[in-house]
Write a protein that binds this ligand. Structure first.
Ligand SMILES: Cc1cc2nc3c(=O)[nH]c(=O)nc-3n(C[C@H](O)[C@H](O)[C@H](O)COP(=O)(O)OP(=O)(O)OC[C@H]3O[C@@H](n4cnc5c(N)ncnc54)[C@H](O)[C@@H]3O)c2cc1C
Length: 477
């Protein structure tokens, strides 16, 4: 702890060097990093300890997605000659209970039980807001010179006429349904909408996915188009380019009226799931009064040291409105706490952030897409390898997907890597390291990769920047 960092808290009998608001991933990371510096930490949590990822995000959705994948995988086993198999969901409440038990166990082990391991961290429950002297928790003042705000985000509903009269689901409610509906309209085709649409379809729900633009509009267009075909093959209808006109509910379900290609269409289903984005939890925290600036969309503005516009106040995680991934929340929380205590010498590293979408095939990306790379007039080179050129996919008889690399045409530096492949998520880290360390596609192509792995597709794509991969022998020779 730097000289003068400790601050005696007036009147409370306990001195805190730093207060962390929000006991999710960013908040725990900040609190643990601060305790590691010898600081006395007040950690304030409102709602279920652990926040989004463990309770209503990554963990429950990932396990249900895996269960749905197991059902699909059994049905797809017939692609191998001589195999007959099949699986079906027989007991949704049992699957849900198993998911809930996983959540409870991980929440206990990775959050609640950890508190006892860090004596310097004083955990308090309550809703915190900033004050001139520090923070207030349900009216009680905690004076502290430094604060890290890590209050996360919440689902944001699209403003569709009639939505207030519909009992719609958000991702949290959908993951906790008592009974599965026969049919579901999923609105929004970002990662949450895409993942849950496919999972519910595989669990036996008739799913229509509706979006204003296209499936995964943030991903490369080739990936969105290929995944749309995969969804279609599984019976998921994707309705893109839709303007939402109005929505209404009756005893039998929900009707959504959309406009596409100058025609009006009515879409019906038993339940409506809104997956139309998330909004930072920045309201009602006294930010305006304390001159903490926000960006458009309500996120707290931070610089590369996680400093807000007000000295001594830092922010990290979803509440900043950017990089809404749990690992970036944890990274930002740690940087914020270390900088608050030690003089702002750490930089938030966003040089090569991997992004994963747990559909099947999985989408994994890092760095620039083609359009972003071209913006500003840069000359770029592309390589696109369909999975039917990748030995692993051929052996698995599952060639759904592609790999696309984006490189600087002048320097040959790798700028972006985009994978659509079954289990493609585990391969992206190779490209993350390549981009972070400034590798060229030639260097990536000359690196040894193990044969019959999905990661090998990256080598093939790197070689594809200068050669036709169809003319290569095995092991990309
Ligand atoms: C369905 C779904 C699936 C996801 N899957 C993935 C995934 O696979 N991989 C991945 O990287 N990310 C995933 N995410 C995103 C990830 O969960 C979030 O980026 C991450 O949890 C954000 O962490 P955080 O600490 O910023 O916020 P949170 O974890 O939300 O924590 C914030 C905490 O602060 C509390 N709080 C709010 N206001 C106050 C206040 N005034 N006082 C005190 N406490 C307050 C909140 O109740 C909450 O407990 C997923 C998200 C969803 C919704």
């Amino acid at each position: 702890l730097s000289e003068g960092a400790r601050h005696d808290c007036c009147g409370s009998g306990r001195a805190f060097d730093i207060a962390v608001i929000g006991a999710g991933s960013a908040g725990f990371s900040a609190a643990i990093a601060a305790a590691g510096q010898g600081a006395r930490v007040a950690l304030i949590g409102h709602g279920t300890i652990g926040g989004t990822c463990v309770n209503v995000g990554c963990v429950p959705s990932r396990t249900l997605i895996r269960a749905a994948e197991a059902i699909h995988g059994a049905g797809a086993a017939g692609r191998f000659a001589g195999i007959e198999a099949g699986a079906r969901l027989a007991d949704w409440p049992a699957l849900r209970r198993q998911k809930d038990a996983l959540v409870t166990g991980l929440r206990q082990a990775k959050y609640a039980d950890l508190l006892a391991e860090y004596e310097a961290v004083d955990y308090r429950e309550g809703r915190a807001r900033l004050t001139a002297a520090g923070i207030a928790v349900d009216g009680a003042e905690i004076a502290t010179p430094r604060v890290v705000i890590a209050t996360g985000s919440a689902p944001a509903a699209a403003p569709i006429p009639g939505i207030e009269s519909v009992d719609w689901l958000d991702s949290t409610a959908a993951l906790a349904l008592d009974t599965l509906p026969r049919s579901m309209l999923v609105l929004g085709a970002g990662y949450v909408g895409a993942e849950l649409a496919q999972a519910f379809a595989r669990l036996g729900v008739e799913v229509t996915l509706v979006c204003r633009r296209r499936l995964l509009s943030e991903a490369e267009p080739e990936i969105g188009a290929a995944l749309t075909r995969c969804f279609g093959d599984e019976g998921i209808r994707v309705v893109g380019g839709a303007g939402y006109r109005r929505v209404a509910a009756d005893g039998a379900g929900v009707t959504l009226e959309v406009e596409r290609d100058c025609a009006v269409e009515e879409l019906r289903a038993e339940r409506l799931l809104l997956a139309t984005g998330r909004r930072p939890n920045s309201a009602g925290m006294g930010l305006e009064e304390q001159a903490v600036e926000l960006v458009a969309g309500g996120g707290i503005a931070v610089d590369d040291r996680m400093r807000t516009s007000r000295p001594g106040i830092y922010a990290a995680g979803d509440v900043t409105g950017r990089d809404m991934f749990v690992y970036m929340a944890a990274h930002g929380g740690k940087i914020a706490a270390l900088n608050a205590l030690n003089g702002d010498n750490r930089r938030y590293d966003d040089s090569a952030i991997p992004g994963i979408i747990f559909t099947d095939p999985q989408v994994a990306m890092v760095g620039l897409g083609e359009a972003a790379a071209r913006a500003g007039g840069r000359a770029v080179r592309m390589s696109l390898v369909p999975l039917d050129q990748v030995p692993r996919a051929l052996a698995a008889r599952d060639t759904r997907g592609l790999v696309k690399l984006v490189a600087d045409a002048r320097t040959d530096r790798l700028l972006g890597a985009h994978i659509l492949a079954p289990e493609g998520a585990d391969s992206i880290q190779t490209a993350v390291l390549a981009i972070k360390h400034g590798m060229t596609t030639q260097e990536l192509g000359e690196t040894i990769f193990p044969y019959l792995t999905t990661a090998e597709a990256l080598k093939l794509a790197a070689l594809g920047c200068g050669k036709d991969v169809r003319k290569l022998s095995c092991c990309a020779g």
